[in-house]
Ligand binder design. Structure first.
Ligand code: ZN
Length: 53
């Protein structure tokens, strides 16, 4: 198994903004494939619901 990039090992990932099938934005590291926290889109215009999951 190939070793991670040194930068990734120290926590410096190469984050790329992605969007999953549900339309949720998240981060994916282009180097090691790690997934970051979901991005909270404040002004995404999704104010119809109100149910926090
Ligand atoms: Zn990484």
């Amino acid at each position: 198994m190939a070793g991670k990039s040194l930068l990734c090992r120290v926590g410096i990932h190469r984050w790329e903004d992605r969007r999953n099938d549900d339309g949720e934005a998240y981060r994916l590291c282009l180097r090691c494939g790690a997934e970051g926290d979901k991005i909270h889109l404040a002004d995404y215009g999704d104010t119809g619901g109100g149910s926090m999951g």
